[in-house]
Design a protein around this ligand. Sequence first.
Ligand code: NAD
Length: 358
Amino acid sequence: MKEFIYNGQPSRVVFGAGALQHLEREIELLGARKALVLSTPEQRDQAQRVADRLGSRAAGIFARAVMHVPIETAREAREEARRLGADCAIAIGGGSTTGLGKAIALDSGLPILAIPTTYAGSEMTPIYGITEAGLKKTGRDARVLPRTVIYDPALTLTLPVALSVTSGMNAIAHAAEGLYAQDSNPVMDLMAEEGIRAIAQALPGICRRADDMGARGEALYGAWLCGSVLGNVGMALHHKLCHTLGGSFNLPHAEVHTVVLPQAMAFNAEAAPRAMARIARALGATGRGSAAAGLFDLARDNGAPVALKDIGMQASDLDRAADLAVQNPYWNPRPIGQAQRGEIRQLLQRAYEGVRPD
Ligand code: NAD
C-alpha cells in the first residue's frame, strides 16, 4: 500500500429525513444567539421557514446569494451580518449560498451552519471562491469550513429533476477525481466509491418520482461522501476544465461537470486504471473503458445533457478553451502541459459534440 496522510476535517454532520427539526439544538451547541439566514432569492421561502423556526435567535434573512459569489454581494452580506450583530450564519441552499456563507466567515470568522439542498458538496470543504472584476479567486481556509451540516433529504424534494441529475453528476466528479488524486488516501477512496454508488443508484429513482424520499436520501448521502472527498484531496484535469469552461465562458456549473466528466475520465483512463476499476464497480458498468462510458450513460439515460453545444458553448470558443486549459495546469495522472494542447483540444471537441467514450 502506498504512503498516505489523512487529515480529519472538524465538522459535525446531522443526517436524516426531517433533520431540520434539530436546528435549534445545533445552533445552541455552536453557542450562537443570533443567526443570519442566507439563501438565494429563489429559496427565500425556505430561509423564512428556517428563521421562523429559530424565532428570536434569527437575526434576519439575506436572500441575495447568486452564482460565483460576486465580491459586492459578499460585502453586502458581511455588512448585514455586522449591522444585525449576527454571531452565526445559516446557509440554506446549494453551492452558491454556502459560498456566500464562506465569504462572510473568511472575513469575520463567524461559524457557519450549512443546510445543503443540492449535491454540490461545498458544505464539506474548506475551499472558497469569490469573484472580483470578472475573475473568480479560489483558496483554502479552515475558517470557511461549516462547523455543522444538517442534511435533510426532505428539503431536496423541490430540487428540479434536471438539476438533481446534473448536481448528482457534479458530486460524482469530486469522487471520481479523488480516486486518482496525488494525495489520495484509503479512507477517501472508500467514501468516493460508496458516494458514486449511492448517487448512481439514486438518480433513476429521482427521475421516476422527484419526491421519492428513499432516492432523495440516498443521493444526499452520496453527496455528503463525495463532498468530503473534494474537501480532503486534490482535484485534477476534470476540475481544471470545468473551472475554465464555467469561469471564462459562463457555462452552467453542474451541467459543465456532467458533460466533461466522461471525456476527462476517458482521457485519464490508461494513467489511472485502479481508479477506473473502482468507478466502474460503483456504477455497475463492465467492459473496456467502462468507467467513462458508464458515466456518459448515467447522464444520458437520466435525461442530462452530454454535449457542450447543448449547454451554450460556441464552437468558435473551443480553441481558446484549450489554450486556457493547458495554462497553469493542475496535477493530473496523465501529465498536462503545452505539449498536450492538441489532445485537450480533441477532448473538448468530443465534449462539444457529445461523443460517447468507449
Ligand atoms: P446553486 O447553489 O447555484 O443552485 C442553483 C439553483 O437551484 C439556485 O437558484 C438555487 O436556489 C436552486 N435550488 C437549490 N436547491 C434547491 C431546492 N432544494 N429546491 C429548489 N431549488 C433549489 O447551484 P450548485 O450547483 O449547488 O452550486 C454551484 C456553485 O457552488 C458554483 O459557484 C460552484 O463553484 C460552487 N461550488 C463550490 C464548492 C466548494 O467547495 N467551494 C463545491 C461545489 C460547488
